[in-house]
Unconditional design. Structure first.
Length: 91
């Protein structure tokens, strides 16, 4: 598996009915109304109706979901580079 820093995260939503994601590390839970997953950019939640996983390939970091998509929400990014406050200020 590629290093987390080397992964690319992208999202493509077509007509609120199909969402294709790259950079997926894991799927925490899913049902027909909510899908919680983890990307290298942080936690991601997809909310909708009649959601189902069309394709999941964690080796490539790919996920495709079909259904009616109501929203996509990002949470914390625990993979973000951390350093001292001064280092981050003068970067």
């Amino acid at each position: 598996m590629a290093d987390i820093k080397d992964l690319e995260h992208s999202m493509n939503i077509k007509d609120r009915e199909l969402i294709n994601l790259n950079g997926v590390l894991s799927v925490k839970k899913f049902d027909e109304k909510i899908i919680d997953l983890e990307t290298h950019m942080g936690e991601l939640t997809i909310k909708g109706e009649n959601l189902y996983v069309r394709n999941l390939n964690l080796e490539k970091g790919e996920l495709a979901v079909e259904g009616y998509i109501k929203g996509v929400y990002y949470g914390e990014n625990k993979y973000k580079e951390k350093g001292s406050l001064l280092k981050r200020l003068f970067k």
